[in-house]
Design a binder for this molecule. Structure first.
Ligand code: C5P
Length: 285
């Protein structure tokens, strides 16, 4: 099961709550690449993390995949079902703590696999998935959407084009709570309504020019290298660049797959120490 990278195309922080969380108004879409989660019945529960970013994670009970399985087991017991012991393998291809979903996408992939096997658990899993993290419900939907509240209010965005893009992470892990703490204004205006027309990559770039990621400035204050990533993507012809989530991954939109591939090749050649991926936002509708 693909656990696709989640991209916040826009992220407006519209308020703060007494529990420390922030109200958001965000446009999210999902890439064609991500981590890969596989599960199979086994004699005993087993969880293994492999892949390029596996070393930075431990497969313990704090891992979001394990926590998602615990949640699914509790809900299945409440529905008179049981989930057998599972062997789980997570191929960790996305950098961690990088603003593109990561752990939330992995947890959502586990929940989606459980939903396939036990469809009657679907609504309960969707409702309770936010307990795992604010990004989990949107990752569980896995479609372009406008997301409000702290992440629980999701309005799918139909009519979304496939858009070539390049993701670049400069290798610094940025702490999400630290970025939120650095926000200068805790309440900013929400997004304008979506355009009803269908979009091309260029039109999407125009729409996004009217929006912001309010977390970009505080993240750049913590990790100034993020500005360098923007400059690299702009220099190579990106139609639009922005940081996703709380960073530090920056996306660049491109007019074609060829342009995205060439840009990724060029950035890899000049900055082999950065993680660079040519992919595309999945279409919807
Ligand atoms: O829910 P999750 O564990 O992903 O959130 C990590 C941290 O990000 C929270 O503890 C909080 O500091 C911050 N956050 C926030 N408002 C949101 C989502 C996350 O302040 N809507």
């Amino acid at each position: 099961m693909l656990a696709p990278a989640k991209i916040n195309l826009a992220l407006h922080v519209t308020g703060s709550r007494p529990d420390g969380y922030h109200e958001l108004d965000s446009l999210v879409a999902f890439a064609e690449h991500g981590d890969i989660l596989t599960i199979e019945p086994a004699g005993l529960d087993y969880f293994e993390i492999v892949g390029p970013f596996s070393a930075a994670l431990s497969a313990d009970e704090g891992n979001l995949v394990t926590r998602a399985l615990t949640l699914a087991r509790r809900l299945s017991a409440e529905h008179g079902e049981s989930i057998p012991p599972l062997s789980i393998t997570l191929d960790k291809r996305l950098p961690i703590a990088s603003g593109i979903g990561g752990g939330s996408a992995d947890a959502a992939a586990l929940l989606r696999l459980i939903q396939c096997a036990l469809p009657e658990l679907g609504p309960a899993l969707s409702d309770e998935s936010i307990a795992l993290g604010a990004d989990v419900p949107m990752c569980l939907l896995g479609q372009p959407a406008r997301v409000r509240g702290i992440g629980e209010s999701i309005e799918p965005w139909s009519c979304f084009p496939r858009v070539p893009l390049v993701l670049v992470n400069p290798g610094v892990a940025v702490s999400t709570p630290a970025v939120f703490r650095g926000l200068v204004r805790k309440a900013n205006p929400p997004l304008d309504p979506f355009p009803a027309r269908s979009l091309t990559p260029r039109l999407l770039a125009d729409v996004l020019l009217q929006t912001r990621n309010d977390l970009q400035e505080p993240a750049e204050a913590l990790a100034p290298v993020i500005k360098e990533v923007h400059r690299s993507l702009e220099a190579i012809g990106a139609l639009f660049t922005r940081m996703s989530g709380s960073g530090a991954t920056v996306f660049g939109l491109f007019a074609s797959d060829e342009a995205a591939q060439q840009a990724a090749t060029s950035i890899r050649a000049t900055r082999p120490d950065w993680w660079t991926l040519a992919t595309a936002l999945s279409a919807a509708g």
